[in-house]
Design a protein around this ligand. Structure first.
Ligand SMILES: [Zn+2]
Length: 62
């Protein structure tokens, strides 16, 4: 299994800034342990859905 965002090292964050930018764009999930956010849950260690700011977005996912 791939590393979660929560596990990225400083080096990862530097090298993978492009991937990070894609993952955190329009976040739908947050990590309830680390407070990171992402638009897919699997990159967070303790993913939890962000409260819906725009209910319309909820219909698009999943
Ligand atoms: Zn985490």
């Amino acid at each position: 299994m791939a590393k979660t965002l929560c596990d990225w090292s400083k080096k990862d964050l530097e090298k993978r800034a492009d991937a990070l930018a894609r993952l955190v764009r329009e976040p739908r999930w947050y990590c309830r342990k680390c407070a990171r956010v992402a638009n897919i849950s699997k990159v967070l260690c303790k993913p939890r859905k962000l409260p819906g700011l725009d209910p319309a977005l909820d219909d698009i996912s999943d």
